[in-house]
Design a protein around this ligand. Structure first.
Ligand SMILES: [Cu+2]
Length: 229
């Protein structure tokens, strides 16, 4: 089924598989729960000559069904935990090959992008900060992009739906994550944590482009930010 937004990241497919696995378990649990709620209403209702039955769930034969439900639920949890292990390690860890490092900071109400500047190092005086509404984060396609995520004021959540990457940005903490976009294009970056009245305006973009285009963008950005003497 293809009702999810297009996936353009290396690890997005793993998240989609987990999404469908969890959705399937939830649907099964939902249908069974509804059945268990509704069926007895008819089966054990009061009728002419029949008294409505009342179950306290204390009898062994009754409790058996509580236990079965508990075990089924715990089992599905373990299956999900087992299935998500690899995706967790991949996404929460950092790849050995790190191609480009940027800073991303959430503030009320924009995403701020910090490029390392000509020295290639983040956190130095020549960093270039882009803090404009609806601005674009430029990255090269098919490269591992590492980003340090911060929040300046309240909790935000960095979300690129097409990469299936969603990570909370927490004041006072730096969270380092990564993504690798495999298809050139411009994709939405949104905030998925209600962060104030203009939360919905917190919309930026990530532009994944060829190395040449990216180099040209970075060069122009750095040239425009050269200290004026
Ligand atoms: Cu926000």
């Amino acid at each position: 089924m293809n009702i999810l937004p297009k996936n353009v990241s290396t690890y997005g497919q793993e998240i989609d598989s987990l999404f469908w696995l969890i959705t399937t378990f939830a649907l099964i649990a939902f249908v069974i729960s509804l059945f268990v709620l509704i069926y007895p209403l008819f089966k054990y209702r009061q009728r002419a000559g029949v008294k409505a039955e009342y179950f306290t769930g204390e009898k062994k034969t009754h409790f058996k069904w509580v236990a079965i439900a508990l075990i089924a639920l715990a089992l599905s949890d373990f299956i999900i935990m087992y299935a998500e292990h690899d995706a967790w390690v991949t996404i929460e860890g950092l790849p050995a090959q790190q191609d480009f490092h940027v800073g991303v900071t959430g503030r009320q109400w924009n995403w701020i992008f910090t490029y390392p500047g000509p020295d290639g190092k983040l956190g130095t005086a020549d960093d270039v900060v882009v803090d404009e509404q609806n601005s674009e984060l430029h990255v090269p396609v098919n490269k591992n992009i590492i980003f340090d995520l911060r929040a300046r004021d309240v909790v935000h959540s960095f979300f690129i739906v097409n990469t299936r990457l969603k990570q909370d940005a927490l004041p006072g903490r730096v969270v380092t994550r990564w993504f690798n976009i495999t298809v050139e294009g411009k994709y939405d970056i949104s905030c998925s944590q209600i962060c104030g009245v203009l939360h919905a305006k917190m919309r930026n973009y990530v532009v994944a482009e060829s190395q040449e285009k990216f180099d040209a963008y970075i060069k122009a950005l750095y040239d425009n930010n050269k200290p004026k003497i």
